[in-house]
Design a protein around this ligand. Structure first.
Ligand code: G6Q
Length: 545
C-alpha cells in the first residue's frame, strides 16, 4: 500500500506551524488561561480514566492532530484491522488480536472463514485443561498432583505471561508455584527448577513457530530434567508437557502429543498474544473465569477504540499526543510509571509491544521515512523510580513525556499506605508540570548561589491513567489501550506495526556463530576483525578450562 508523504502533507505542515506558534507556552499559562482545563481534558473508556490536561496541547493542537489522523486513514485502517483485512502487508497477514477477545457469536472473517468459533473452541479446551490441573484431577506420571507450572517461551511468548502473572498475582492460586523460563542462559532454567520436583511439575512450551532456539533449547533441557527424575520413561512427557503453538508438526516432533497442544493462528503477532493460548499460564494461575474477565477488559477497550468519537477516544488521543512529542518536540522516549508494585513488569512488556511494533525505518511502500517513528518506552514502578531516575525527568535537559498509572483502591490495604502511594503519583504530576520557580525557592530562604540548582522549570508533560482497582478486567483494558495507541501511531507514520524483520535477523545470526564456538577444530572465520577476535578469545578461554 502506498501512503502519501507525511511531512509535506498540509496536516503535518499545519501542525509544524502550530508547534512554532506555541513555542514558549507553558503548562502554567495553559492552566491559568482555563480554570476548567483539569476537568475538561479528561476521557473515560472501558473503566479507565485518562487525564491528559497536563500535556503541552491546546484545543487547536488536538483538532489538528485529529485532522492528521483522518488524513492518514487511521480510522479506515482501524476498521480494516477489525474486519480481518491483511493489514500486515510485509507478511501478508491479518492482524486480529481483537478476535481473541471477541464474544461468542461475533463474526470475523479471514479468507472467508469465521475465526471466532475457533477462538472459543481453544478457550474452552484451555478452560477444561486448567480446571483439571487446578482441581488435581490431572496427575503427573507418578500419580502426584501438579503444584508447579513452568512456562517456557521468549519475547512475545513470554513477556505477556510473565507480566500478567505478576499483575494478577492477587487472584492467583497461592498453593501453586508459577515460573517462567526464557533466556538461553542456562541459569534461567537451573534457577527455575532447582528446588522443584519433576513429578509435580508441568511445563508449558510456548512458541508460535516452535523453532525458536532459546525455547527449544530450554524445552529439551526440561525434558531431560523430567525424564531423569522420572526414571527415563518417555510416557512421562505427555503428563508433564503441553505446548502452545501454531506448528503442530514441530510440536509432534518434539514428542508432545498434539492432543496436549493449544493452538493459535498466524494472524496473532507474538507481542499481541498474551490473550491467546500463550496465556495458558495466566489461566492456570487465575482460573478460567478470571481469564475471561481479562478478555472482557480487552474487548471493552476494543469497542471503545472502534466506536468512541475521536474527541473522546483514549487510545487515539494517547497515540496522537505521543506523536506530537516524538515528531514535533523531538522527545525520544516515553516513561511509563505504574504506581502499583503488581505492575512491575508492565513497562518491560510495553517495551516489546511498542518498540517492536513501531521501531521501523521504512513506510509500507518501502520508502525510508524522513521523520522519527517509535519512541523508546521505559519505566519502573513508582514510588521507587522517584528515588532514582526521576531527577533527570524533573531537572535534566531532555523532554520525557510520562504516563502515570494508578488505582483508587489497593488490593492489599495496609494502614493507609495506599494513600501515600497515590499522593506521590499526584504530587509528581503536579511537580513535573509546574515545577518550582526561583521566587518559590528564594522564599524558602535558599542562599542565592543555590537557587539555580533548586529551581525546577516544570513544563514536563504527563498523562494520568486511573482505574478503580487492578483486576483482570482492568489489566485487559490497559493492555488494549496501549495496543491501540501503538496502532494509531503506526497508522499515522504509515509503517507496518506488525512485522519484525529485525527480530528475524537476530534469530538467524547466532546460528552461524554457534558451530564456530563449538567446533573441535579451528573454524575458518570470515567475519570482521572484531568478531573474529571475540570468537577466538572465547574458544581460547574454553580450551583453557
Ligand atoms: C513478537 C516477536 C518475538 C517472538 C519470539 C518468540 O512479536 O516476533 O518476540 O514472539 O521471538 O517466537 P516464537 O513464539 O515463535 O517462539
Amino acid at each position: 500500500m502506498s501512503v502519501p508523504a507525511l511531512r509535506s502533507s498540509p496536516e503535518w505542515e499545519a501542525l509544524a506551524r502550530h508547534w512554532r506558534s506555541l513555542r514558549g507556552t507553558t503548562l502554567k499559562q495553559l492552566f491559568d488561561a482555563d480554570p476548567q482545563r483539569g476537568t475538561r481534558h479528561v476521557v473515560q473508556g472501558a473503566g479507565l480514566h485518562l487525564d491528559y490536561s497536563k500535556n503541552l496541547v491546546t484545543d487547536e493542537t488536538l483538532r489538528l492532530l485529529r485532522k492528521l489522523a483522518r488524513a492518514r486513514g487511521v480510522f479506515e485502517r482501524r476498521d480494516a484491522m477489525f474486519r480481518g483485512d491483511k493489514i500486515n502487508e510485509t507478511e501478508k497477514r491479518a492482524v486480529l488480536h481483537v478476535a481473541l477477545r471477541a464474544p461468542r457469536g461475533e463474526r470475523i472473517l479471514v479468507d472467508g472463514n469465521d475465526v471466532v468459533p475457533e477462538v472459543h473452541e481453544v478457550l474452552d479446551r484451555m478452560a477444561a485443561f486448567s480446571d483439571k490441573v487446578r482441581s488435581g484431577e490431572w496427575r503427573g506420571h507418578s500419580g502426584k498432583t501438579i503444584r508447579n507450572v513452568i512456562s517456557i517461551g521468549i519475547g512475545g511468548s513470554d513477556l505477556g505471561p510473565v507480566m500478567a502473572y505478576e499483575a494478577l498475582k492477587h487472584y492467583s492460586r497461592r498453593d501453586m508455584t508459577f515460573r517462567f523460563v526464557s533466556n538461553v542462559d542456562p541459569v534461567d532454567f537451573v534457577e527455575a527448577t532447582g528446588d522443584l520436583a519433576a513429578e509435580e511439575t508441568l511445563f508449558i512450551v510456548c512458541s508460535k513457530t516452535f523453532t525458536t532456539l532459546e525455547t527449544l533449547t530450554n524445552a529439551h533441557a526440561a525434558r531431560d530434567w523430567c525424564l531423569e527424575q522420572l526414571g527415563g520413561d518417555e510416557a512421562a512427557v505427555s503428563k508433564h508437557f503441553v505446548a502452545v503453538s501454531t506448528n503442530a508438526a514441530e510440536v509432534g516432533k518434539f514428542g508432545i502429543d498434539t492432543a496436549n497442544m493449544f493452538g493459535f493462528w498466524d494472524w496473532v503477532g507474538g507481542r499481541y498474544s498474551m490473550d491467546s493460548a500463550i496465556g495458558l499460564s495466566t489461566m492456570l494461575a487465575i482460573g478460567p473465569e478470571g481469564f475471561r474477565e481479562m478478555l472482557a477488559g480487552f474487548h471493552a477497550m476494543d469497542e471503545h477504540f472502534k466506536s468512541a468519537s475521536p474527541e473522546r477516544n483514549l487510545p487515539l488521543l494517547m497515540g496522537l499526543v505521543s506523536i506530537w512529542y516524538n515528531d514535533f518536540f523531538g522527545a525520544q522516549t516515553v516513561a511509563v510509571l505504574p504506581y502499583a508494585q503488581y505492575l512491575k513488569r508492565f513497562p518491560a512488556y510495553l517495551q516489546q509491544l511498542t518498540m517492536e511494533s513501531n521501531g521501523k525505518h521504512v513506510t509500507l511502500a518501502g520508502e525510508r521515512v524522513d521523520y522519527a517513528t517509535g519512541p523508546i518506552y521505559w519505566g519502573e514502578p513508582g514510588t521507587n523510580g522517584q528515588h532514582s531516575f526521576y531527577q533527570l525527568i524533573h531537572q535534566g535537559t531532555r523532554l520525557i513525556p510520562c504516563d502515570f498509572i494508578g488505582f483508587m483502591h489497593s488490593l492489599t490495604p495496609l494502614h493507609g499506605q495506599h494513600d501515600l502511594l497515590v499522593a506521590n503519583l499526584i504530587a509528581q504530576t503536579e511537580a513535573l508540570a509546574f515545577g518550582k520557580t526561583p521566587a518559590q525557592v528564594r522564599a524558602e530562604g535558599t542562599p542565592e548561589w543555590l537557587v539555580p540548582h533548586r529551581v525546577c522549570e516544570g513544563n514536563r508533560p504527563t498523562n494520568t491513567i486511573l482505574a478503580e482497582r487492578l483486576t483482570p478486567h482492568t489489566l485487559g483494558a490497559l493492555v488494549a489501550l496501549y495496543e491501540h495507541s501503538v496502532f494509531t501511531q503506526g497508522a499515522v507514520w504509515g509503517i507496518d506495526s506488525f512485522d519484525q524483520w529485525g527480530v528475524e535477523l537476530g534469530k538467524q545470526l547466532a546460528n552461524k556463530v554457534i558451530p564456530q564456538l563449538q567446533d573441535a577444530k579451528e573454524p575458518k572465520l570470515e567475519h570482521d576483525s572484531s568478531t573474529n577476535a571475540l570468537i577466538r578469545r572465547y574458544r581460547a578461554a574454553r580450551g583453557a578450562n
